[in-house]
Design a protein around this ligand. Structure first.
Ligand code: PSU
Ligand code: MN
Length: 309
């Protein structure tokens, strides 16, 4: 084992180092840049999201793998490179060790970003939508490793629910079985990414960042492992109604099945297909919901910092 590997093992962080010090740090993922949005919207959005965190009083830390290292916080040149690079690995929990050992460039999914954020002592992370149970799971067994990450890694992820292209009822059932709290932020409904509601009711609701922070602190005191999903609906002005999305989603999922898309490619394929089928509207909504999540995540990071003072 090399010294670098030992160093990582030895550096299991004390809880909350980054946030409880003096900054409210918000982690951001990079798969959304490399596999979730087309160039140049991906880089423009990444920069806007970082700025939204700063404007709200936080410090953004976009996470990616470069030259065999976990990079927590990227400069603009690196963002620009990532946004145009063709051969960046989409790295989830299963790929993290391989990607770092090989030195290949990697973008981190929700699961991998949670792991890296926790190693860096960051408690809060903003993204678009988490992965989940895919439609057709009874044939494919396709369940995102994002879901099992919440069981083991204590990071709070602010998202607009899970992408409506997933099987949302099964995604919620799975999270419930695994003991993962899904908290509606100012809503009783599980959001459906592009739409404010999936029609599914959530058992937990919080109407402000302070309530989320108290809940996270209480979970810490109880010694409960794992993270929290904060489900924050897209602002009404930017939503695409659920009925409008549903027929396009059915079409996109059918296309994916017909073309034999599987594994890691499913989510990027479907996001790209939705972009085509909505004539770009899904991307505009995606950008707005990520910005909104970044603001809420910063408020939660600030509230957590106040609690630890
Ligand atoms: N949601 C988006 N864009 C994305 C993703 C989610 O709006 O690019 C990415 C996230 O990185 C998420 C991943 O963790 O897709 C899930 O992929 P999979 O279903 O293969 O686990
Ligand atoms: Mn999958």
């Amino acid at each position: 084992m090399t010294r670098r590997h030992r160093a990582w093992r030895a550096s299991a962080p004390p809880r909350s180092t980054a946030n409880s010090a003096c900054w409210a740090v918000v982690a951001l993922e990079s798969t959304i840049i490399t596999h979730g949005m087309p160039w140049p919207s991906n880089v423009e959005t990444a920069k806007k999201v970082e700025q939204a965190v700063r404007d709200a009083g936080g410090v953004p830390a976009t996470i990616a793998l470069l030259d065999g290292k976990i990079r927590v916080g990227l400069d603009d040149d690196t963002l620009l490179w990532l946004g145009q690079a063709r051969s960046v690995l989409k790295v989830s929990r299963a790929d993290l060790g391989f990607a770092l050992a090989s030195g290949a460039a990697g973008s981190t999914t929700v699961a991998a970003t949670m792991i890296c954020a926790h190693l860096a002592g960051i408690d809060v992370f903003a993204t678009g939508g988490i992965g989940g149970v895919h439609r057709g799971v009874e044939h494919t067994m396709d369940i995102s490793a994002d879901l099992t990450e919440f069981v083991q890694t204590p990071v709070t992820v602010v998202c607009a629910g899970a992408k409506a292209l997933l099987d949302l009822p099964r995604t919620l059932e799975y999270l419930e079985t695994m003991g993962v709290p899904v908290v509606g932020y100012g809503t009783d409904q599980f959001p459906a990414f592009w739409s404010r509601s999936s029609g599914l009711t959530l058992p937990l609701r919080a109407d402000g960042a302070a309530d989320i922070a108290s809940m996270i602190a209480m979970r810490g005191r109880l010694g409960l492992a794992g993270g929290v999903v904060v489900a924050n609906p897209v602002p009404a002005a930017h939503e695409i109604p659920r009925e409008e999305m549903e027929s396009l989603i059915l079409q996109g999922v059918a296309d994916a099945t017909r073309e034999g898309v599987s594994g890691k490619s499913v989510t990027p394929y479907l996001l790209g297909r939705m972009l085509e089928l909505t004539g770009g509207r899904s991307l505009a909504t995606n950008i707005e919901l990520v910005l909104n999540n970044a603001r809420v995540a910063t408020e939660i990071a600030l509230a957590l910092r106040s609690l630890s003072r």
